[in-house]
Design a protein around this ligand. Structure first.
Ligand SMILES: [Zn+2]
Length: 466
């Protein structure tokens, strides 16, 4: 069976076929750098990484573009509050994001593109949409008239035919019930930063940035467009409306969406106290490979329930894999080859590939791997596993690790950097302000465990290393 994916657009599992050649032109929605990325974000980014790795393993070449949203509502609000320029505010989180990606071993897309570096292209696209009659202006802001796009709702499978024409929405994210003409270009409010462009002063809405940068680098029709399920509406629906209206061509052939991450069975939220950045989790002493394993272990279209018990099981699983690798490297096996073991190894590799071909069924691939490990360990114990069975077993493990990438232990970090300590102290202050004293104490205890001593003074928190 060939490689296949569930396409949100058709709501079917479809065989993956390119129109020509073997270059996959792929666009994935990247981070909004207004804060540290949380583990739900990283579930999606790990999915992109697995997708990249498996496409490459199946012989495809990739031209993968991922955007960095470095201007939007929250960034504008927070940077004004902190009296910082947009760039000054976002670069901290952008840097942190790249560090996090490296820690989680995420392979890099071929191109990273920043919204703020494509403002004139966005203004030009909005002008073109205007010439074609898809937009109107109100108080300096430009809106997309969704009544002018009959296919609106085709991706999210919503019927928007009854919506009131002319009602507008200015914010970047909103619910289905609020489907209205959405903003392409926002005129600046008092004190807000803006760009001067031929369509007037202002800044782009969130949705137009992805359409413009995707078309700019990958052409009018992409092979794959991916993101989290929360982006299906309105973000991706709006991307389609803008792009198709601009080019007259289909925007993307395969739409892939990863499901939510829950924490202890609940939606992750700051108010529930179950909100974790990647740095929070690593700060508790879990190795990054363990987090990577857990995020990769559930197929991307299933909800992933994150728990610390789950992380503990992931740790055990990674240890089992490493132990097997160690046995292959270190044990002395009897000479010769065992035909049954050779067949068993080939079967495991086949099952592994078939699972990932099946819409990236990572759970199936891990199942095949661990069943093989069990059988091979038994054969090693009984002496049936022979010297000449080693290379194929090693090759299979290599194939496994070229996708899951958890065998190599991360270098143990000596200690938290100053910036990391400051970030934790800030989180503790926020917890206190929200009267979540348990959370605040937990952060202090974690810092103490890392040799960081906090001192609450009347001038704020002072800290030192033990
Ligand atoms: Zn996007």
């Amino acid at each position: 069976m060939a490689l296949r994916f569930y396409n949100t657009l058709s709501q079917q599992v479809e065989e993956f076929r390119l129109q020509e050649g073997n270059l996959v032109r792929m666009y994935t929605c990247g981070p909004t750098v207004y804060n540290f990325a949380h583990i739900g974000n990283f579930r999606t980014f790990v999915f992109y990484d697995l997708l990249r790795r498996w496409l490459a393993a199946r012989g495809y070449k990739l031209d993968h573009v991922m955007n960095i949203t470095d201007v939007e509502d929250r960034i504008i609000r927070n940077s004004i509050e902190q009296h910082k320029a947009i760039k000054e505010y976002t670069e901290v989180y952008e840097k942190a994001f790249f560090e996090d990606c490296e820690v989680l071993r995420l392979t890099q897309p071929e191109r990273w593109v920043r919204a703020t570096e494509h403002i004139s292209e966005m203004a030009a696209a909005i002008a073109k949409l205007g010439e074609k009659g898809y937009t109107y202006t109100s108080e300096g802001s430009v809106y997309f008239r969704i009544a002018s796009f009959p296919d609106y709702g085709k991706l999210s499978h919503n019927d928007f035919s009854g919506i009131r024409a002319g009602a507008r929405v200015d914010v970047d994210t909103y619910e289905k019930a609020d489907a209205r003409d959405f903003v392409l270009w926002k005129s600046p409010k008092d004190g807000e930063p803006f760009w001067d462009t031929p369509i007037g002063p202002g800044r782009p809405g969130w949705h137009i940035e992805c359409s413009v940068m995707a078309i700019e680098y990958l052409g009018e029709t992409l092979d794959i467009h991916a993101g989290g399920v929360d982006l299906i509406f309105p973000h991706h629906e709006n991307e389609i409306a803008q792009s198709v209206s601009l080019t007259g061509k289909p925007f993307a052939r395969y739409w892939l969406h990863s499901e939510f991450l829950l924490v202890d069975g609940q939606k992750m939220s700051k108010s529930l106290g179950n909100f974790y950045t990647l740095r929070d989790v690593l700060g508790r002493g879990y190795p990054p490979e363990t987090v990577r394993y857990l995020l990769a272990s559930v197929p991307y279209r299933k909800q992933l329930n994150f728990t610390f018990e789950g992380l503990q099981s992931a740790k055990t699983a990674v240890e089992r894999l490493r132990n097997f690798a160690w046995r292959l490297d270190q044990e002395k096996f009897r000479p010769g080859a065992n035909e049954k073991i050779a067949e068993r190894t080939a079967e495991a590799e086949r099952q592994f590939g078939q699972s990932l071909d099946d819409d990236l069924n990572t759970a199936g691939a891990l199942g095949a791997t661990f069943e093989y490990l069990r059988d091979a360990n038994v054969a090693m114990d009984s002496g049936d596993f022979r010297e000449q069975n080693v290379p194929a077993a090693r090759a299979f493990l290599g194939c496994f690790d070229s996708i899951f990438d958890v065998l190599r232990p991360s270098a143990q970090k000596q200690s938290l950097s100053d910036a990391e300590v400051e970030a934790r102290i800030l989180a503790r202050a926020e917890a206190k302000k929200a009267r979540k004293f348990g959370e605040a104490d937990r952060i202090r205890d974690e810092l103490t465990a890392q040799g960081i001593i906090l001192e609450d003074t009347k001038d704020g928190v002072r800290w030192k290393r033990k």
